[in-house]
Each structure stands twice: as structure tokens, then as C-alpha cells.
Design a protein around this ligand. Sequence first.
Ligand code: FMN
Length: 183
Amino acid sequence: MDLEKKAYPKVLVRPVVVITTISERGIPNAAPFSFNSPISFDPPLYGFSCNPAHDTWRNIQRNGEFVVNVVGKGLGELLHVLETDYPYEESELEHAGLTEEKAKRVKPPRIKEALAWIECKREHHVELGDHIWITGRVVEVAVKDEFWKDAGVIDVEKAKLLCHMGGEFFAVDMKEAKYKRAQ
Ligand SMILES: Cc1cc2nc3c(=O)[nH]c(=O)nc-3n(C[C@H](O)[C@H](O)[C@H](O)COP(=O)(O)O)c2cc1C
């Protein structure tokens, strides 16, 4: 079936992260993002695509710091709260009843209920189409012990990562598979 071109993200299932930032006065902001990806090992760089009208971008322009909170399906029920456009400096975390936890290397908080956290400092940004692609240098990364397997991967069956398909549709409850790789 042919789709209209702007529907292309719907054929790519993407992990949902919740990005936390803070205002100049230190008020936290949280918003879900699915246009996101690791982009380099060395230096470790992470990128996501943000609508320029979002408070997330406003905060990152001011202080350059953000936390990528990797979330599971438990947060699915809260997405409609986290994505609500509250007035600037009204914390979505408070509205959603989520818990702030101090990050190690940046000022924006981690979300305690997340499974893993990637703390970043802005490295670059570029306007691409109707979004801003923001690249952050990873300064700290952590995962809750119970979601990390000895094999050095996330326990996806336990973590039940939240992935976006499009609109109100999400993919959850993944199964692990192992495939042979080139040496
Ligand atoms: C599952 C999901 C994925 C989203 N992905 C993005 C995204 O990749 N880029 C973006 O700009 N907005 C995305 N949004 C919309 C923002 O989260 C939403 O507009 C939010 O209110 C922005 O918050 P802020 O103004 O506090 O930064 C997404 C929303 C949901 C529910």
C-alpha cells in the first residue's frame, strides 16, 4: 500500500523517551519524544528532533542540559499528561505524579520511575525541516540493575520498553532474539 510521504515515521517503530530540562529558575520540564537516536560512540553523542515551539528547546537554548529518560509501558498511561502543553514553568512531572531524582552530571532531574537515564550537554543544533535536531554529548549513563542483563543488554522482556508507532498506537512487550553477527 502506498502512503502519503509525511506518514513515513509510521513505518518505523521508535523508542519513546521522556526528556527533562529545567528553566533558568530551575523549574523542571518533561516531554515525550520519539524522533531520537544514538549518533556516535566516540565521542558519545545522542540526538533528537524537537519542534522549535517546545519548552524543551527553550530550556536547552538557555542552559544546554537535558536528561533522556528511557521509559517502559508503565508510563504509557501518563503520556497524555506529559505531552500536554502546560504554561511555561508548570512542571509536567508534578502533573503526572512522577518523582524527580537528582542527576549526576547535569542540573535537570532524572525521572525516578524511568528504567535508564542518559545525561547530556548540548553539543550542536541544526534546523532540519520543521524541527531542530539537537545533539547532546553524553556525560553520564545509568540503568536500573534489574533491567540490565549480564550479557550487557537491556532485559527487554522485563523492561517492556515503550515504542511509538504513530498517533495513539504503541508497541510494547518485546521478546529478545539473538542473531549471529559478522566477526
Ligand atoms: C509518543 C510521543 C512522541 C513525541 N515525539 C516528539 C518528537 O519526537 N518531537 C517533538 O518535537 N515532539 C514530540 N512529541 C510531542 C511533544 O512531546 C509535546 O508537544 C510536548 O507538549 C512538548 O513539551 P514541551 O513544550 O514541554 O517541550 C511527542 C509526543 C508523544 C506523545
